[in-house]
Design a protein around this ligand. Structure first.
Ligand code: MG
Length: 398
């Protein structure tokens, strides 16, 4: 009995009402005897958080605003649940001493501090918040080594790489190839791209995800961010990283070894698989999903990325070569333009040129600490907003 009890992993989910958060809780639901939810962190979606709290009975929840926290308190399914607020609340949940695993699934640089808090507490981190690795990869890795924290990727491509690399020595890795679905506009001509709508952009052909990452997939900035993420996760050089378009999204990544062997990880296109693996690694648990039937699939296709139509991937490649400040600025500019696009202030076709314009102004600088990261982020966002405003004025005049 005691043995069985000890096998239960206690976890907190940062970003529990988002797409990855909900899928994580579905995995927990499938393995009630293996996992227990201790903490949940959400933004503004109080209704869903209340539902989740009713089902999973966490010890502690955190919401982004006082107002949201008050609504939760008034309708809390259990008066013993501690209710916290804001970034501090998220950090507190991330570093609860009871946590065995922290699922970091807040979108954007907002997830950085809570992720760092979990790392500094020496936890196992199931990392879905790619932006934190993009802007602070070397810092997170240093802190993880210091605190004995283990970072396991949730991103499907990186989960694939992680699985392929489990038994390989770093010196044997020749190349790591991330696959990309190509997004909804993979086949679009430049003319067609010029008139795509927000609605079309949010209709991803393979994955059902949150809005920010869905827009990033359509511009292929998501793959750019993933290149940078892979660099820091697996300590790779820029020359070791490559991208291939693979519209079926079944091969999640490939690793080429120095003897010419190519390892690939395939699985159904469902985030519950990499999430579950991140929770159970290096072990595995059963999944209720149907097996991949390669007889039905028959063909796997791979294509080169067209950087004429999807130029943001070039900026990400450049980021691999530059100081970290370049990645921080690139991420900040991207978060701002995507938010403006979601508010329908700019068109899809404006996203890349605005980011390029912002990056033209970027002055490379050394990043010594987290404060420097937030400073570059803040300045870049201000500049980006200024350029967006100019862009909108010009658009109105036209
Ligand atoms: Mg991915």
């Amino acid at each position: 009995m005691r043995d069985q009890f000890q096998k239960i992993k206690r976890l907190s989910v940062l970003g529990s009402t988002g797409s990855i958060g909900q899928s994580t809780l579905e995995v927990v639901r499938q393995h009630r005897d293996k996992f227990q939810v201790i903490g949940l962190v959400a933004g503004q979606n109080v209704d869903l958080l209340i539902e989740q709290a009713r089902e999973f009975r966490p010890k502690c929840v955190s919401l982004s605003s006082n107002k949201a926290a008050e609504i939760f308190l008034a309708r809390s399914p259990d008066p013993h649940i501690q209710v916290l607020v804001g970034q501090e609340g998220a950090e507190k949940v991330a570093s609860l001493p009871e946590n065995d695993i922290v699922v970091s699934a807040i979108t954007g640089i907002q997830g950085l501090k809570p992720t760092l808090a979990a790392i500094q507490a020496g936890k196992k981190i199931a990392l879905a918040n790619k932006e934190s690795m993009v802007v602070a990869g070397p810092f997170l890795q240093t802190q993880a080594r210091r605190a004995g924290a283990e970072i396991v990727p949730v991103d499907s491509e990186h989960s694939g790489i992680y699985q392929c690399l489990r038994k390989e020595r770093p010196e044997d890795i020749k190349k790591v190839i991330l696959t990309a679905s190509g997004g909804p506009f993979f086949q679009y001509s430049p003319d067609q791209l010029a008139s795509v709508t927000l609605e079309e952009t949010l209709r991803h052909p393979r994955w059902k995800m949150g809005k920010k990452i869905t827009v990033d997939s359509a511009t292929m900035m998501n793959k750019g961010l993933e290149l940078i993420e892979a660099r820091w996760l697996f300590n790779l050089s820029p020359e070791q990283l490559d991208v291939l378009i693979h519209p079926q999204s079944l091969v999640h990544s490939l690793v080429e070894l120095k003897d010419g062997s190519l390892l690939a990880q395939l699985s159904p296109t469902d985030m519950r698989i990499p999430i579950q693996y991140a929770l159970t690694a290096p072990n595995r648990e059963k999944s209720s999903l149907p097996s991949l039937d390669l007889r039905k699939i028959k063909m796997l296709e791979f294509y080169e990325v067209d950087t004429e139509r999807f130029p943001l991937i070039n900026l990400a490649r450049q980021a691999l070569q530059e100081e970290l400040s370049f990645s921080v600025a690139l991420n900040g500019a991207n978060e701002e333009v995507v938010a403006a696009f979601l508010r329908q202030e700019i068109n899809f076709i404006d996203l890349a040129p605005i980011i390029f314009k912002v990056m033209d102004y970027h002055q490379s600088r050394r990043i010594n600490n987290l404060g420097d990261i937030f400073e570059v982020d803040h300045q870049t966002r201000q500049l980006t907003r200024k350029i967006i405003n100019q862009w909108m004025m010009k658009g109105k005049r036209r």
